[in-house]
Design a protein. Structure first.
Length: 150
C-alpha cells in the first residue's frame, strides 16, 4: 500500500511540474507605444528626414545627429568635444520605427553603421576605422539609446 501511495505522490508531482512547463506565463514584451526604459510614450518616426536625434552610448560618449530634410546627409555633433562633422548618410527602413543608418565621420574616416530602434529607444552599431593609414581596420561595437529631440 505504501508503494502505491508513494507512486501516486510521485506521479502527482510529475504531472504538476509538467503542467507548469507546458503552460508558462507569456513573455513580457515592450509595447510599440512605450520605450524600453518605461519613461513614457515612444515617438516612432515614419522617416528620419529633417529630424534631430540624441545618441547616448553605454561607453559614455554620444552626441546629436541632425538629418537633412532630403535624408541624404547628417550632421553629427559629439557631446564630449563639440566636434561637428557633416557627411552623406544612407537610411534604410527595417520595419516601422527601426532604421539602419550608415555614415562616415569625415574627421577620422570611421564608418558608422547603426540599427536605431525608436520603438524601444535602443541602438546597436559598429564603428570601422584605422588608427592610421598603414594600420589594419578595427571594428568596435557600441550599444546605447536613441530618441528624437524635436
Amino acid at each position: 500500500m505504501a508503494r502505491i501511495v508513494g507512486a501516486l505522490t510521485l506521479m502527482s508531482i510529475a504531472l504538476a511540474a509538467t503542467g507548469c512547463v507546458a503552460d508558462p506565463p507569456a513573455a513580457h514584451k515592450v509595447s510599440r507605444t512605450q520605450t524600453a526604459e518605461g519613461l513614457g510614450p515612444a515617438v516612432i518616426p515614419s522617416d528620419l528626414h529633417g529630424k534631430t536625434v540624441q545618441l547616448t552610448y553605454e561607453s559614455g560618449s554620444g552626441g546629436t545627429a541632425t538629418f537633412a530634410d532630403d535624408g541624404r546627409s547628417l550632421t553629427y555633433v559629439a557631446a564630449d568635444t563639440g566636434r561637428r562633422t557633416t557627411s552623406p548618410v544612407a537610411i534604410e527602413p527595417v520595419e516601422t520605427g527601426i532604421f539602419l543608418v550608415t555614415w562616415t565621420d569625415d574627421g577620422n574616416g570611421a564608418v558608422i553603421s547603426q540599427v536605431q530602434d525608436y520603438r524601444t529607444g535602443r541602438l546597436q552599431g559598429t564603428w570601422t576605422q584605422r588608427a592610421d593609414a598603414s594600420a589594419p581596420y578595427a571594428i568596435e561595437s557600441r550599444t546605447g539609446s536613441v530618441h528624437l529631440t524635436d
